[in-house]
Write a protein that binds this ligand. Structure first.
Ligand SMILES: N[C@@H](CCC(=O)N[C@@H](CS)C(=O)NCC(=O)O)C(=O)O
Length: 224
């Protein structure tokens, strides 16, 4: 038996994208299974893996269930210590952990107002003050990390911190949100990253459009 990662819809499941990027980009020997966002709820589709009720969920080869994306990332780093999921240096790793943790627990306005949707890009809409506040904070912490690392990734080589911010980059790009020049370069690095591009390409034909993720704003071409 191998480790198994259960994921949601490629176009819409931002938490799934984080875990999937780690498995794909680091070429980890983990099987992936997908559940649908149509019909039955996610929790109803996960009754064989209690107490999971959301995706991503990682099921270890001994049957242990890891039901939260940050714990999934940490567990993958434990299982594959030579893969380099976290930066090797203690201070870079500390920064990467702070970044991934803040992403995991923060930016509620951005996440609520701009649900990830890799199939469309919007323009000319007003995200409001709370999203602008989230974007200001994202600018600050990205700039802090990128100044230290020299870019293009937050803490040296691509790491869990970058995978955690990939869906944020996709939202900034897809909703046409205003950010600083250095943050824009970081978003562009995500849009050009081959693992992200492969995931997005599959998302375009992976099931029907789901109306709950679609917004009634003017649309434009995907910027990547
Ligand atoms: N804190 C969780 C959140 C996971 C989550 O909310 N996943 C969404 C998909 S992106 C989900 O499964 N939603 C189904 C539901 O809430 O019923 C994590 O980090 O993994």
């Amino acid at each position: 038996m191998t480790h198994r990662l259960i994921l949601g819809d490629r176009a819409y499941s931002s938490w799934s994208l984080r875990a999937a990027l780690l498995v794909d980009r680091f070429d980890l020997p983990v099987e992936t299974d997908f559940i649908s966002f149509l019909g039955k709820s996610v929790a109803e589709q996960l009754t064989d893996t209690p107490p999971a009720r959301t995706v991503p969920t990682l099921v270890l080869d001994d049957g242990s269930v890891v039901w939260d994306s940050l714990a999934v990332a940490e567990t993958l780093a434990d299982l594959f210590p030579d893969a380099g999921l976290w930066p090797a240096g203690i201070s870079e790793r500390a920064t990467a952990r702070a970044l991934a943790s803040e992403m995991h627990s923060g930016f509620a306005a951005l996440r609520t107002m701009c649900p990830m949707n890799l199939r469309v890009a919007y323009r000319d809409w007003d995200p409001g003050l709370e999203v602008a506040e989230d974007l200001r904070r994202i600018d600050v912490i990205w700039d802090h990390a990128l100044t230290r690392s020299g870019g293009p990734w937050l803490c040296g080589d691509y790491s869990i911190a970058d995978a955690f911010f990939a869906p944020v980059a996709a939202r900034i790009a897809g909703y046409g949100l205003s950010i600083s020049d250095s943050a824009s370069s970081y978003v562009a690095a995500h849009l050009a990253e081959p693992t992200f591009r492969a995931w997005r390409a599959k998302s375009l034909t992976d099931g029907p459009d789901l109306p709950q993720y679609v917004r009634d704003y003017p649309q434009t071409d995907w910027p990547g």
